[in-house]
Design a protein around this ligand. Structure first.
Ligand SMILES: C[S@@+](CC[C@H](N)C(=O)[O-])C[C@H]1O[C@@H](n2cnc3c(N)ncnc32)[C@H](O)[C@@H]1O
Length: 283
């Protein structure tokens, strides 16, 4: 008998298949993120933490709260908990090499103002890598490119981290020492193993929340470069095509578009021409 009671108690604290289906449908239609049944364990684990923070005992009650008007801010926390924010400085470094060796030399022949957008920028490493490339390129030029970088993401928490620009020292250990010394400040307290991006670089970038599932994006409409890397993999094929088309409306004709290494435009009706794998030009 007591076994049955504790079993029932335990069951109530699990995410049921029906609740997972409801949640998965909601997340996919509002945020594009695919949540097939194999993701149930991952989602359950991540949401356990939200249950603890909110003091809500069961998933049933938690979901009821999240879908209510009172649960609006918890909804954002839930999206934060579910989305995957993995990123790195100079992740997929061939993109930054392409910028340095081809894109920027070509661009600087005719332009001196550049608008760059990273459309799923996560905690900022991608944005600051772009800013470092721009600074390094400019340091070798007489006519410098005046640039502006926007980072957007769906997760408020992750955007706060990006604005703060404080990282564990470990995160920059693979960068060449001259870049580390030039663009990062060590914590004054030697017991704190953290670095912060220098203010000069931080002042060149800004961040805002944009959901790629929105019908239109509240950003400028004349980007020279758009990075949209390692986020489309979470969306289904139709959503990927629709997101790329919406991003292309914000990209100048002749502007450059970058996808993540396991993403491509194959089979999609989008106004892009491939220059190299995962690097495209707006036509
Ligand atoms: C794996 S990270 C990729 C970060 C970076 N672009 C990179 O390649 O290193 C994916 C990011 O996409 C964001 N994301 C997921 N769904 C989104 C959506 N519907 N709109 C905007 N950003 C989204 C997540 O919050 C996460 O920070």
């Amino acid at each position: 008998m007591s076994y049955d009671i504790s079993k029932a108690w335990y069951e109530k604290r699990r995410l049921s298949d029906a609740d997972f289906r409801k949640l998965s449908l909601f997340i996919t239609s509002n945020y594009g993120i695919k949540l097939p049944p194999v993701k149930k364990v991952m989602v359950e684990g991540r949401l356990q933490k939200r249950l603890k923070v909110t003091g809500i005992e069961t998933f049933d009650d938690y979901l009821e709260f999240v879908f209510s008007t009172a649960g609006k801010s918890e909804l954002l926390e839930m999206i934060d908990a579910i989305s995957t924010n993995k990123t790195d400085f100079f992740r997929e470094s061939s993109h930054f090499d392409f910028m340095m060796n081809h894109l920027l030399p070509e661009f600087s022949k005719s332009g001196n103002r550049m608008n760059i957008w990273s459309a799923a920028s996560s905690s900022g490493e991608e944005i600051y890598s772009l800013a470092i490339v721009m600074e390094e390129f400019n340091s070798s030029q007489r006519n410098k490119i005046n640039y502006n970088i926007l980072g957007t993401d769906i997760s408020i928490d992750i955007l706060k981290k990006a604005v703060n620009a404080v990282y564990a020292h470990e995160r920059i250990k693979d960068l060449p020492i001259p870049l580390r010394n030039k663009y990062f400040l060590r914590s004054k307290d030697r017991n704190v193993n953290q670095v912060r991006v220098i203010p000069e670089l931080r002042s060149k970038v800004h961040f805002k929340r944009v959901n790629l599932m929105d019908a239109d994006y509240d950003v400028e409409s004349d980007y020279d470069i758009i990075f949209c890397r390692n986020v489309l993999i979470y969306f289904d094929k139709e959503t990927q095509e629709s997101v790329i088309n919406k991003l292309c409306r914000k990209l100048k004709v002749g502007g450059y578009f970058f996808l993540g290494h396991s993403e491509s435009i194959i089979g999609k009706n989008v106004p892009l021409k491939q220059l190299e794998p995962t690097i495209y030009k707006r036509v």
